[in-house]
Write a new protein. Structure first.
Length: 177
């Protein structure tokens, strides 16, 4: 049976050697004074002292992603733009499934929403529904965010070149847009 180790031969003692701690502080202070060592501006507290990171939060700690994104949005004044595009994502719920199947929002600028339709008939229908759509958009976004809706018809094909080009003319006289 092994003998009981005596307290004097134990690697862990109750007393702490303060000389080792003082030596570590002396080495760390010497490293801080080296000429080639660079400091970040946020590490300096003034009078040549370096602020050390510790257990308490400070400005250098990483921020949660949600907080960082909220700060980015606030700094760049993107809150209205993000809210409008969130509404664009719910377009079918706002205008109804039948209308959303034939028209979609394209842009928002200075209180004006541009909506593209897939036919001239739906462009006319949406122009008639515009006041109702503006009211519904403003209910979601806040009063006065959207002032008008600009309805754009379908994009017409170009008849200037290709098999269906007509010399000296504008091409077929169909109604596009």
């Amino acid at each position: 049976m092994p003998a009981d180790p005596s307290p004097a031969s134990s690697p862990v003692t109750d007393e702490h050697d303060s000389a080792g701690l003082e030596a570590a502080r002396w080495v760390a202070a010497g490293l801080r004074r080296l000429p080639g060592r660079r400091h970040r501006p946020s590490d300096r507290t003034g009078a040549g002292q370096t602020r050390l990171s510790g257990a308490h939060p400070d400005a250098r700690d990483p921020a949660p992603l949600g907080v960082a994104v909220d700060k980015l949005v606030a700094d760049n004044d993107w809150a209205t733009e993000l809210a409008v595009h969130a509404v664009f994502g719910r377009w079918a719920a706002i205008v109804g499934g039948d209308v959303a199947a034939h028209c979609s929002p394209e842009s928002f600028r200075d209180g004006q929403v541009t909506v593209r339709t897939d036919s001239t008939a739906w462009a006319t229908q949406l122009k008639l529904l515009a006041p109702t759509v503006v009211r519904r958009l403003n209910e979601d976004l806040g009063h006065g965010t959207v002032s008008r809706i600009d309805v754009v018809g379908p994009a017409a094909p170009s008849w200037r070149r290709g098999r269906r080009a007509v010399r000296g003319g504008r091409g077929p006289r169909d109604t596009y847009g």
